[in-house]
Design a protein around this ligand. Structure first.
Ligand code: NAD
Length: 494
């Protein structure tokens, strides 16, 4: 009998009800445990605990909130390896990559340790005679965070760090595919001194999410996941009067200009396309070869692919692990099969690579002569498949990218500053890399795509996140002499 991962409510682990789902070890293909799938009543209990904790937490002095963040930073840094191994056991990514995810999540805790600065208000003196105005930032109340499988620690940390720092209390609903990291983070926050009820984890599926979206006591929802679900979450939560930010999927292009260093570009393309088995929202999935570089760059990528070591993420020799589920392994493979039927050239077919055992492994694929209109180009594949689109000019490259519905990340490889600057100006994508294939902003900026990669108007983590998780209150003050008071029905002016 496998164990069941429950919820974390009011500072303690709690068992779930009867509904459960399997959690796999993707490297073996075996069910490792079960996860509880919360009902509406379970969600309600967690929201009750969060609502109960809210009054106390928002009154905690900022310096004491910062203390929790500093302690959390220390603990997380000290125990990165433990968390990385938990991530690998359920997600499959290699341990070094999982540790990288923790490090990028840690940036958000570090940024939030400076919450004093982010929560600072504004003051205008003497806006009218004897009248001053100031603005404060106040928390929203109970907020919910719903996260995807591909970053089971980093994406929760993107959200919860700021939500908590700003004085809210939180319900986190992590992916049911790899839920253990979230419960572990909740326990660590408790160890760091966070009071019970401030950060709660409710495991579950669509039924659980629907209960969150419809709960009247949840004020805001942060979501990261695929575009169709992001769109539906945005609509349902907003129609229930909640503040929403819903980050969706991606199809990230990497432009290789004729003047680029082709070895550097090939290294970057292989790293960004196949790292974490392509299961990153900022993975490069389309390489746009400009001018006559295509044959050369395709060959350099192919040579590098042969050398990649794919295996169990716990093996230090592995550079890439398995996919998250059997279904993902088959779906991703089917795109490679379909690409040839659509007229593309399959240079390397990852399905041909053989693996021992029943893990959800798939080899890396490279597909050339891809065009818009082919499924391999139009869909977010979310696996180790790199497409190559050949164009003649820079303008064609930009036109291709700007016509795409997704607009999360993009990169250009060139040695020419003027081209890079023009690209930055022209391209309609939220995050741009110049000779940087995965331009995930550092924690002091905010992260977000454009178009169908983000529903709502606020990017996640960093300064924009403090806007999302606070509401501004403006106070107008005067201290007149009572003796000067009189009735005046006119509209107040200065
Ligand atoms: P997903 O959309 O399937 O699931 C995300 C979350 O939504 C999970 O918690 C899941 O339980 C829940 N969910 C799934 N189906 C639902 C439904 N019908 N109704 C309500 N809730 C539902 O995404 P995933 O497969 O876990 O993650 C991969 C996707 O996330 C990719 O599309 C990737 O691009 C995207 N992603 C985007 C970013 C970003 O910052 N833009 C970051 C990471 C991942």
């Amino acid at each position: 009998m496998s164990s069941t991962i429950g919820h974390y409510v009011d500072g303690a682990k709690v068992a779930g009800g009867e509904r459960t789902g399997p959690v796999y070890n993707p490297a073996t293909g075996q069910v490792a445990s079960q996860v509880a799938l919360a009902s509406a009543a379970d969600v309600d209990a967690a929201v009750g605990a969060a609502a109960q904790a809210y009054g106390g937490w928002r009154a905690v002095p900022l310096a004491k909130r910062a203390d929790v963040m500093f302690r959390m930073r220390h603990l997380l840094k000290e125990r990165t390896d433990e968390l990385a191994r938990i991530i690998t056991s359920e997600h499959g990514k290699v341990v070094s990559d999982a540790a990288g995810e923790v490090a990028r999540g840690l940036e958000n805790v570090e940024f939030c340790a400076g919450l004093m600065h982010q929560l600072k208000g504004e003051f205008s003196e003497q806006v009218a005679t004897g009248v001053d105005v100031h603005q404060v930032r106040q928390p929203l109340g109970v907020v919910a965070c719903i996260t995807p499988f591909n970053f089971p620690a980093m994406v929760p940390l993107w959200m919860i760090s700021t939500a908590i720092a700003a004085g809210n209390t939180v319900i986190l609903k992590p992916s049911e595919r790899d839920p253990s990291a979230a419960v572990w983070l909740a326990e660590l926050f408790t160890e760091a001194g966070l009071p019970p009820g401030v950060f709660n984890v409710v495991n579950g599926d669509k039924e659980t999410v629907d209960a969150i979206l419809d709960h009247p006591d949840i004020q805001a929802v942060s979501f990261v996941g695929s575009t169709p679900i992001a769109a539906s979450i945005y609509e349902r939560a907003a129609s229930n009067g909640k503040r929403v930010q819903a980050l969706g999927g991606a199809k990230n292009h990497m432009v290789v200009m004729p003047d680029a260093d082709l070895d550097m570009a090939a290294d970057a393309a292989v790293s960004a396309a196949y790292g974490s088995a392509g299961e990153r929202c900022m993975a490069i999935s389309v390489l746009v070869a400009v001018g006559d570089v295509a044959d050369d760059v395709v060959e350099r990528i192919r040579q590098r692919m042969d050398k990649l070591t794919i295996g169990d993420g716990t093996d230090p020799a592995s550079e890439m692990g398995p996919l998250i589920t059997r279904e993902a392994q088959q779906r991703v493979g089917s795109y490679v099969g379909g690409a040839a039927d659509e007229g593309a050239t399959v240079v390397v077919d990852g399905r041909e690579r053989e693996f021992d055992g029943d893990g959800f492994f798939l080899g890396v694929s490279l597909v050339d002569h891809v065009k818009p209109g082919m499924k391999v180009y139009d869909d977010e594949i979310f696996g180790p498949v790199l497409s190559v689109v050949r164009v003649d000019t820079y303008d064609e490259a930009v036109e291709l990218i700007n016509a795409n519905d997704y607009a999360n990340g993009v990169a250009i490889f060139t040695r020419d500053g003027k081209t890079a600057r023009e690209f930055e100006f022209d391209v309609e994508v939220g995050m741009v890399g110049v000779n940087v294939p995965i331009p995930v902003p550092i924690g002091s900026f905010s992260f977000g795509g454009w178009k169908k990669s983000l529903f709502g108007d606020t990017h996640i983590y960093g300064p924009e996140s403090f806007n999302f998780y606070t509401r501004r209150k403006v106070v107008t003050t005067r201290w007149p002499e009572p003796s000067e008071s009189q009735v005046n029905l006119g509209f107040p002016t200065h």
